[in-house]
Write a protein that binds this ligand. Structure first.
Ligand SMILES: [Zn+2]
Length: 618
């Protein structure tokens, strides 16, 4: 996933007792493991409901285990039965615990006979945290409703009763019914030629963690981008998106050359409506992506490099707990850079690495020591906040450091062997280290001390000698920015005509947090940043302008916040507005109009910002 982070240290609602190996699941995999899921669901748009049944195949680890414990959130359970090998069924007793705000409701099913399968008849809630239901008016085409899931980190449980822990892998198949005007896709093998008949079957033959369970349905068209890839999107978007992502096959071939075969068959991607709260989500076989990366010049295609990279780091070799999330996101951000370098050139890959490193340098000092670690203690941290920039940017920085020390050829060979060795397994940081020591660190003595590895993995902050890539273009921008701020260069004389998206991002990222209003006005007059269709540039620009007190940008900022539900691109504007009482009042008005189009996760995050900034009620 590519999000951006809000390491909410204070978001604690988690009871200490829930903190076993996996802090966010009630599952007891040492007693029994679900190995296969068979879903049979109907999509009901008017009711905003998925209903039907989930049949779970079980592998009993303890033959005397009294129960099967599952994770659920806001599910309505109608009945539960055992299914024996010959198909005979018998009702089972169960208890659904009161809802825990952080974890949902623990479902305990009494299993005196230790059946091979258990079937749960259920329906989702219209407010299911892992599903968003859009009215036709909230789509580009305005004709049909749209729905999509976002299961990572712990919201699969809001649409499937499951052991919702990344340590537990399942294969699945699904039979999904819908009205015949919508197309249904899932995180499995999809067929772009499937007729619109309202009756779909899916098969995911590889064992995946539950957070990769995904479904979407709506007015969805498809266009091929290669022999094993296609783009799905609303009809008005699909051709534009297929053009933006026409390098997909090149990216797959690059990753295969570096890290071994793509093992999943097809790699498709779906561009969702603008309310999708993330940049991209690496659902198995089908990446879910934000439309904000379809900008016409492929400049934000590295989100696709990132999600594709997860086909190795994350989906193939998976973090066993969310505390090990850097094994997914740090490795993936590194691999993303390698794909970007091969397909779009070293200059762009270096710029992206520098952007993330500089942003981390700026933010890490103000984080609590625990949050600065690749392996943070997650007690008291909400699951939605478990993955921070540290996992992505410090994790990838560590891997770039390893590459530099050991040399690209040996490090590439090592990484490929790592993916092969742990393929289709969920592993902890300690399992990764136990493999790294003999196969990299000790194999090439004198390149890196074990204590340095430990410092990267378990220490706070960024090690002093962490290497940064060179970027002459960024150096030139630093010089221009300094001259502009020192009144030695006027805004119109900045050499910005040829700046790409990343170069504008870098220029804006390193302006002072509070830039003088006159400088903001001069930049806007010269470069017309207000109203930019590029949301990465827009997000940075509006934050500077709002903080500088430029009220002229407010309507355009409001339009940006209303149009885009991607957390990373929208929350910074709410935070900037919330710094003054007048701005806060305006942000509340914007939210009142925008909220109906926001994903539940975005609503929750914005409401948190607005509440925190508002004076406490007596
Ligand atoms: Zn990711």
């Amino acid at each position: 996933m590519r999000l951006l982070s809000l390491f909410a240290v204070a978001a604690s609602t988690l009871p200490l007792t829930a903190m076993a190996a996996e802090p966010y699941s009630y599952a007891q995999p040492d007693q029994v493991r679900v190995t296969h899921l068979d879903l049979d669901l109907t999509i009901d748009f008017p009711q905003r409901e998925l209903s039907g049944q989930a049949t779970l195949k079980l592998d009993w680890k303890n033959p005397k285990a009294p129960s099967l414990v599952l994770d659920t959130r806001d599910l309505k359970i109608a009945s539960i039965e055992s299914v024996s090998a010959d198909g005979k069924t018998a009702p089972l007793n169960y208890a659904l615990a009161p809802r825990d705000k952080a974890l949902g409701s623990k479902l305990t099913i009494a299993t005196p006979t230790h059946p091979t399968r258990v079937r749960i008849v259920y329906a989702t809630s219209p407010d299911a945290a892992g599903l968003q239901w859009l009215t036709p008016a909230q789509t580009a085409g305005k004709k049909l409703p749209f729905m999509f899931s976002q299961s990572e980190s712990i919201n699969a449980r809001s649409w499937v009763p499951i052991q919702d822990s990344p340590a537990i892998r399942i294969t699945y198949d699904a039979h999904i019914k819908a009205t015949s005007d919508v197309r249904v896709v899932m995180s499995a093998l999809n067929d772009a030629q499937h007729p619109l008949d309202g009756d779909y079957t899916f098969d995911q033959p590889h064992p995946i963690p539950s957070y990769l369970l995904a479904i979407a349905a709506g007015d969805i068209a498809a266009e091929a981008t290669g022999p094993r890839s296609a783009v799905y999107a609303e009809p008005s978007m699909v051709h534009k998106a297929a053009h933006e992502f026409e390098d997909t096959e090149k990216m797959i071939a690059t990753a295969e050359r570096l890290y071994g075969p793509y093992r999943w068959g097809r790699y498709d991607l779906i561009v969702l409506p603008p309310s999708f709260p993330f940049g991209g989500m690496e659902n198995a076989n089908m990446t879910f992506a934000t439309p904000t990366i379809v900008v016409g010049d492929k400049s934000l295609a590295s989100v696709i490099s990132h999600e594709l990279a997860h086909s190795w780091s994350g989906n193939l070799v998976t973090n066993a707990t969310w505390r090990d999330g850097w094994l997914n996101e740090g490795f993936t951000t590194y691999v993303q850079g390698r794909i970007t370098e091969a397909v779009y050139g070293k200059s762009l890959a270096d710029e992206e690495a520098l952007l993330s490193a500089r942003a981390l340098e700026k933010s890490i000092g103000s984080m609590p020591a625990n949050a600065q670690k690749l392996t943070p203690d997650l007690r008291g941290v909400d699951a939605d906040d478990a993955l921070s920039d540290v996992a992505y940017d410090k994790g990838s920085w560590f891997l770039r450091t390893l590459e530099q020390r050991f040399g690209r050829a040996d490090f590439d060979a090592y990484l490929r062997s790592y993916f092969d060795h742990f393929a289709f397994q969920s592993i902890t940081t300690e399992q990764m280290l136990a493999y790294m020591k003999p196969n990299l660190i000790d194999k090439y003595p004198g390149k890196m001390r074990w204590a340095e590895v430990q410092d990267w993995v378990y220490g706070s902050g960024i090690p002093k000698d962490a290497p940064l890539p060179d970027s002459p273009r960024f150096d030139a921008i630093d010089t221009e920015r300094a001259a502009f701020l020192a009144d030695k260069l006027t805004a119109d004389k900045l050499d910005a005509k040829g700046w790409n998206t990343q170069e504008w991002m870098y220029f804006l990222d390193r302006l002072p947090d509070v830039t003088a209003l006159a400088k903001i006005k001069a930049l806007d007059d010269a470069w017309h940043l207000t109203g930019t269709p590029n949301a990465e540039i827009g997000m940075r620009w509006y934050v500077h302008a709002i903080v500088a007190g430029d009220k002229d940008v407010w309507p355009a900022a409001a339009e940006h916040m209303t149009r885009i539900g991607r957390l990373y691109l929208t929350l910074p504007l709410y935070k900037a507005f919330a710094k003054t009482p007048e701005g806060l009042a305006y942000a509340k008005q914007v939210y009142a109009k925008a909220m109906a189009g926001y994903h539940p996760l975005t609503q929750q995050a914005v409401e948190g910002i607005l509440a925190k900034a508002s004076p406490a009620k007596k």
